[in-house]
Design a protein around this ligand. Structure first.
Ligand code: 1PR
Length: 523
């Protein structure tokens, strides 16, 4: 039996699913006594350092945790569960951590995108029982803006490179904690979980470690989900957002089955977009929650869900906050939520008033669950203009002239699944969303969507040059070379495709095989 510390913030479902998939039973900690009497304790931290410590203090778990750690019984901390072991964090100045390991948690001070999101490797500094069966060249999933800095190196188990070398896991006797997420790191991550659960003391040192690690470019499979006219929930795919063919919604498969297939084929992440979320209310649309629950049972890579994340008043007049909708998704197995239409409306309001309200969906969700949990999905359309100053939007010079020979364009934001164009450009939207707390941009492109002409590199460059958070390039992938173009011609950290994967025209394996030796990928 594994005691499992869930303090109620974020997706811990996947860790439980991971442990249960290995045949172990989980008992969720409900009282301080459960911590004190635990034989093995898993503590997956999610969210922000300050709110985590506040909850641990409110629940009176701090002293029991300290005494459990002192006892030397097996402990596995994940992500914030690692950071909690330190004295404090720059994320929440003045808030005390558990203080088990001398040192602090610091924000990345680097030129690369922060958060550090994606699959990166490990440099092994000590042998450990959690490395049994680990080759050493595997990649593991990270998502964090802060990293631990121990006062001395004695406890360092692994490091990872992201511009600088940082500590990616620690070990003191039976106390092990990782910055990466084993439960989101496919089979390599499950192996580490399994080793923790096994009682063997055998210490292994992986043989294929390298001197320095590299973050992989991510390949993401996207499932646009909606109900058919008969009411079946299906994966669909449009051409420039039109998902109907001969009047009927295109049906390309079942969401849970397709997600499993993509996991097995090596997808680095899976995104579900409830494309009618702008008119349906997700909490009435329970099938999406069920899709997440079922998918997270055996898909151990990050899951993002979008569609309908906004405040809502139901038929009875009850008001729901976007945060509640997001929380329900996180509880059901999502790691990130993606906000589309609501982000446009929030930014329009912000530009009008020049004030942050603190109550927008972006601010509220990122405050509680961390910036990395908030993705902004942008649905832009190209608008050609005659000159760089023809409009007050951020205009780019384009190598693809318009119908009247125009050499300039801007990218107009749309809402409601591309149905309504707004007076706002995609670059400004991304920049303001970053300021409000978004952690990543999912950059679609209505002009390219479903065309298989390749990603709109000009759009990707315009947005990624404007922000410091990671950008996912989306729309237009037609072959493996298009991924190479977007990864070498832009700063995109990841690339997403739908149609070519659903129709089995190109597989995720084909894309990665083409990229290997040219671009860092997870194989
Ligand atoms: O506005 O917060 O409710 O979110 C709705 C979400 O649904 C948004 O993220 C929006 O992008 C998405 N959406 C709405 N309508 C459609 C549609 O297609 N009619 N799908 C839609 C957007 C874009 C990508 C697509 C790529 C890759 N789909 O996800 O998968 O373009 O396609 P390709 O590789 O086949 O070219 P809200």
């Amino acid at each position: 039996m594994i005691a499992f510390l869930d303090y109620g913030a974020g997706n811990v479902r996947s860790v439980i699913n991971g442990i249960e998939s290995l045949g172990e039973k989980v008992k969720v900690v409900e009282t301080a006594e459960d911590i004190l009497s635990a034989e093995r304790l898993v503590f997956p931290g999610v969210g922000a350092f300050g709110s985590m410590m506040q909850i641990l203090n409110e629940k009176k778990y701090v002293e029991p945790l300290q005494s459990y750690l002192q006892s030397g019984r097996p402990f596995l901390g994940i992500c914030l569960g690692l950071q909690a072991l330190f004295e404090g964090s720059e994320e929440a100045p003045g808030v005390k951590g558990l203080g088990f390991i001398p040192g602090m948690v610091r924000r990345f001070d680097i030129n690369l995108s922060v958060p550090h999101i994606g699959w990166n490797g490990l440099n092994f500094k000590q042998p450990s029982r959690i490395f049994t069966g680990v080759r050493g060249d595997e990649k593991f999933y990270f998502v964090h803006s802060y990293h631990v800095v121990p006062t001395d190196d004695g406890a360092v188990l692994t490091t990872t490179n992201y511009e600088r070398e940082f500590v990616s896991s620690i070990q003191i006797g039976n106390i092990i904690a990782t910055q990466f997420h084993p439960e989101k790191s496919g089979s390599a991550g499950l192996q580490i979980l399994k080793n923790f659960l096994d009682t063997s003391d055998e210490q292994a040192r992986p043989v294929r470690g390298s001197k320095s690690t590299r973050l992989a470019k991510r390949i993401i499979a996207c499932l646009d989900v909606r109900a058919t006219d008969q009411g079946d929930l299906v994966v669909t795919k449009g051409d420039q957002y039109d998902v109907r063919e001969k009047g009927a919604v295109r049906n390309l498969g079942k969401p849970v089955e397709l997600a499993r297939r993509y996991y097995q084929e090596g997808a680095d992440e899976i995104t579900f977009l409830n494309i009618t979320g702008f008119r349906d209310f997700p909490l009435e649309d329970m099938p999406m929650l069920e899709v997440l629950r079922q998918t997270s049972e055996n898909v151990f890579v990050p899951l993002t869900i979008g569609g309908g994340i906004r405040d809502y008043i139901d038929k009875k007049g009850r008001e729901y906050r976007a945060l509640e909708v997001a929380s329900e998704y996180f509880r059901s197995g999502a790691d990130k939520v993606s906000i589309g239409s609501d982000a446009v409306l929030i930014v329009e309001e912000y530009l009008k008033t020049g004030r942050k309200t603190g109550r927008s969906s972006i601010e509220e969700i990122s405050r509680v669950y961390g910036n990395q949990a908030v993705v902004i999905s942008i649905d832009p359309k190209r608008v050609y203009v005659q000159s760089a100053d023809a409009v007050r939007h951020q205009v780019i010079e384009t190598a693809i002239p318009g119908p009247n020979g125009e050499q300039y364009c801007w990218y107009q934001c749309t809402i409601k699944g591309g149905r309504e164009g707004r007076d706002l450009d995609a670059v400004t939207l991304a920049q303001v969303c970053e300021q409000l707390g978004a952690g990543e941009i999912l950059l679609n492109c209505i002009d390219r969507d479903g065309t298989k002409l390749g990603f709109d590199l000009e759009l990707v460059n315009a947005v990624s040059d404007g922000v410091s958070i990671p950008v996912i390039a989306s729309s237009g992938a037609g072959n493996a070379e298009h991924f190479y173009q977007v990864f070498t011609g832009t700063e995109a950290e990841s690339a997403l495709a739908a149609g070519i994967f659903h129709r089995r025209e190109v597989s995720i394996g084909d894309v990665k095989n083409y990229l290997k030796d040219k671009v860092e990928v997870r194989l």
